[in-house]
Design a protein around this ligand. Structure first.
Ligand SMILES: [Zn+2]
Length: 48
């Protein structure tokens, strides 16, 4: 998750995304999956 304004970055651990990647990959016969999900927005400091 990256702030559009100041560039602050935060790692997200979201089980729903992990589950989705595993399910979609599995449906296509893929294993050993990795993924990269980037979310852009304004951090709390910049939004204030
Ligand atoms: Zn910011």
């Amino acid at each position: 998750m990256v702030c559009r304004s100041c560039g602050a970055a935060e790692e997200i651990r979201e089980g729903a995304i992990e589950d989705w990647v595993a399910r979609v990959g599995g449906e296509h016969g893929y294993t050993q999956l990795t993924h990269s999900v980037e979310i852009y927005g304004l951090c709390a400091v910049c939004a204030a």
